[in-house]
Design a protein around this ligand. Structure first.
Ligand code: PAF
Length: 253
């Protein structure tokens, strides 16, 4: 696995012809990799000649700085997992390399980004869309893979790629769940063991159906603190807090 630490170095590699005529699958991440990320990498490898994963903990998408500070950081283990899965490249930029403009320029969406998570995390999707636009422009992949756990994020990125005529195809990938049904997420590592035991009831209650109000009441009764439950795009979305950890999930309806 080749590690590339700057946009300049990656662009040099592309110019030098190392990737010419080869299809490239791209998996953008913020690190703290789990089986969900690795399943995206496997698909990227299957569907392309080479696969690149980026790890960049993007500060501009954290509306709460405490959330950024406590976000799990496991770079060594991440690198070992990527090597073991046969990633061809790791793109590992730093903040100055990604934001030479100091975030003066940003991408905003003016409709669906204010719903669901956007209503509770002001500025979050500006940060996501801006960094994904930068990453897609730098990497120049044929396809980029996004997990459906962050379905609103996927919808917004797909819309951005279409609106700006971007060349990379945006590929959605099904949610990967733990054996007890909990959707895999880097934030699961922040749960205490008691919270971890409660967490699978989130997906179960969301799938069982009912009105958003009734589902919220059931979530509260189960010891979870619901933020929202809403239906859209043929799916039911939910966000809950378990202690200080925020979890999201969605199910097809
Ligand atoms: O889903 C994530 O991990 C992040 O939002 C992404 C797409 C890597 C952008 O920082």
């Amino acid at each position: 696995m080749r590690i590339i630490r700057s946009a300049k170095a990656w662009l040099r590699l592309r110019k030098g012809g190392a990737l010419r005529e080869r299809s490239l699958g791209f998996v953008p991440t913020m690190g703290a990799l789990h089986e969900g990320h690795l399943s995206l990498l496997r698909r990227a490898k299957r569907e392309n000649d080479a696969a690149v994963v980026s790890i960049f903990l993007n500060p501009t998408q954290f509306n709460d700085k405490k959330d950024l500070l406590k976000y799990p950081k496991t770079l060594r283990a991440d690198m070992r997992a990527l090597e073991a899965e046969g990633a061809d490249f790791l793109f590992l930029p730093d903040y100055r390399g990604m934001y030479p403009d100091g975030y003066r320029y940003r991408v905003s969406e003016t409709g669906e980004s204010s719903l669901l998570c956007g209503a509770f995390r002001p500025g979050h999707f500006d940060g996501v869309l801006t960094v994904v636009m930068k990453l897609l422009n730098i990497v120049g992949a044929s396809r980029a893979y996004f997990g459906e756990k962050d379905y609103q994020q996927y919808e917004l990125i797909k819309g951005m790629a279409a609106a700006f005529f971007m060349a990379t195809r945006i590929v959605p990938c099904s949610i990967v769940r733990e054996p007890d049904g909990l959707a895999m997420s880097s934030r699961n590592a922040l749960l205490t063991s008691a919270q971890r035991r409660l967490a699978p009831s989130f997906g179960r209650i969301l799938s069982a159906g009912g009105t958003p109000g009734a589902i919220k009441r059931r979530l509260s009764a189960a010891g979870l603190e619901p933020e929202y439950v809403e239906e859209r795009w043929g799916r039911r979305f939910g966000a809950v807090k378990l202690g200080r950890t925020r979890l999201i999930d969605n199910v097809k309806i």
